[in-house]
Design a protein around this ligand. Structure first.
Ligand SMILES: O=C(O)COP(=O)(O)O
Ligand SMILES: [Mg+2]
Length: 225
């Protein structure tokens, strides 16, 4: 008999938490130091989803500058240092997250986080938001040596959280999450309030929700299927 609970795996930036204000502030810290005008927080939509290095590369590319190699690594270290100093100053859980976790927990679900943030920053953010202890595993871009959308990522998170691939669902806001789930043949619910330049409904998720109040029904219908 299996004792593994059904598992709900959450993306972090743009899914569990609205973090664009702090991420864009840290990006603007490095851009401004290089004499580049700050980017508006609305631009997060086109810049976030693939992790901090991608954010920096895309942020510099807006003004036509190509950043790679050791320069990228230096900027990434400075970005992370700045970001971690104000990690939840302008960040908050999206409405209904806590209530949804409590309802699903009462129904026997367990939870994990799979993000392309660094693991340390992810844990620090979830601690600051008061929810870290609710997750059986908090996995970041540097946790396994591969990351979303690599097909191995979600199975690795599931193994760490003590779940099974057959009874897991991914919740995310971007093409990266939807591709990671499809690559691992795991059903995926997209939230439509996160960071994506293309509407998530066009990216082929199994369900789309606009509020966490709709999460339970979406997850249960996918696991029953
Ligand atoms: O912020 C990013 O670029 C990635 O973070 P996410 O995987 O939690 O969305
Ligand atoms: Mg995201």
């Amino acid at each position: 008999m299996s004792t593994s609970p059904p598992l709900v795996i959450f993306d972090l930036d743009g899914t569990l938490a609205d973090t664009a204000g702090d991420l864009m502030a840290a990006l603007n810290f490095v851009l401004e130091r290089d004499g580049i005008p700050p980017l508006p927080v609305e631009q997060a939509r086109t810049l976030l989803g693939a992790g901090g290095r991608a954010l920096i590369r895309r942020g510099y590319a807006v003004s036509g500058r190509n950043i790679e190699g050791t320069r990228l690594e230096e900027l990434f270290a400075d970005f992370l240092h700045d970001y971690e100093s104000h990690i939840a100053a302008r960040s908050a859980l999206f409405p209904g997250v806590i209530d949804a976790l409590e309802r699903l927990e009462r129904d026997g679900f367990a939870f994990a986080v799979c993000t392309n943030k660094m693991e340390r920053a992810s844990i620090k953010l979830l601690q600051a938001l008061g929810v870290d202890s609710r997750f059986r595993a908090i996995c970041g871009q540097d946790t396994f040596g591969f990351y979303k959308p690599d097909a191995r990522t979600l199975p690795a998170v599931i193994a760490r959280a003590g779940g099974t691939v057959e009874r897991s669902v991914m919740i995310g806001d971007s093409i990266t999450d939807i591709a990671a789930a499809k690559n691992a043949m795991i059903p995926v619910v997209a939230v439509d309030f996160g960071y994506t330049d293309k509407p998530v409904a066009e990216l082929g998720p199994d369900r789309v929700i606009s509020h966490f109040d709709e999460l339970d029904a979406a997850v249960k219908s996918l696991l029953a299927a």
